[in-house]
Design a protein around this ligand. Sequence first.
Ligand SMILES: [Zn+2]
Length: 271
Amino acid sequence: MPELPDIYILAKSMNEALKDKVIVGAHVNQPKCLNISAKKFKDSIKGRRIEDVNQRGKWVIVSLDSDYTLVLNLGMGGEVRLHNQNEKPNPERERIVLNLNTGEQVWIHHWWFGHVHLFNSKDITKHKQISKLGPEPLSDSFTVEKFTELLKGKRGRIKSYLLDQSFIAGIGNVYIQDTLWYARIHPNRRANTLTDKEIKSLYDAIQRVLKQGIRYGGGPGEQDIWGNQGTYSKHLQVGYRTGKPCPRCKTTIEELRVGSTTSYICSKCQV
Ligand SMILES: [Zn+2]
């Protein structure tokens, strides 16, 4: 499932490939991923110029002219890809196809669940999921003071808060692994037991790992609009490396279940 760095890379590539192009038509092969009827979607999106594309949490935000916003959530195994005029989408695979004035097409595929929502830009504050997103961890307003404030009085496991999109946006089960390892914190630690020094280490690790993900073009199996694969997985320290030595102390990396997710940890480094 794509996380912040993956969506950042995708949105950036979409901005580069699609900015100022006009959507001249759309095909809807999976009406249930829309927030409005297929007819209304097709009528409203036709003729809209793409102004810019950004990332917010695990969402792609496409600003269109005439005060429309299109938001995409790829769920699991989703893709957004640019194709030539003469390529034919498989209607069972490509849930939504957007046709551009250049003749190109944007194919939106979801393997599991995914969302394609179109609405008036002013209604973004009413969007059921986006309006509830927590702070954007790479934004200037997300400071260590803010992070400390958020953690105050939180008695649950630190990992659960970091994965909670309403607590902090964009982190998922891939990037969290090395984040906790760099910070030397066990995923089961109760948030209210973290010292100020540990909170600062965790804050720094969040910044470091998300920026690394972006630098390497995204995580395992994630692609930009042209299909370029991310290589972040080659740089994982403990994540998905069960049985291998910890790069810091050589202890064997273990896999453990925390809640409904798997964690990869060094039991010596992470306490
Ligand atoms: Zn270690």
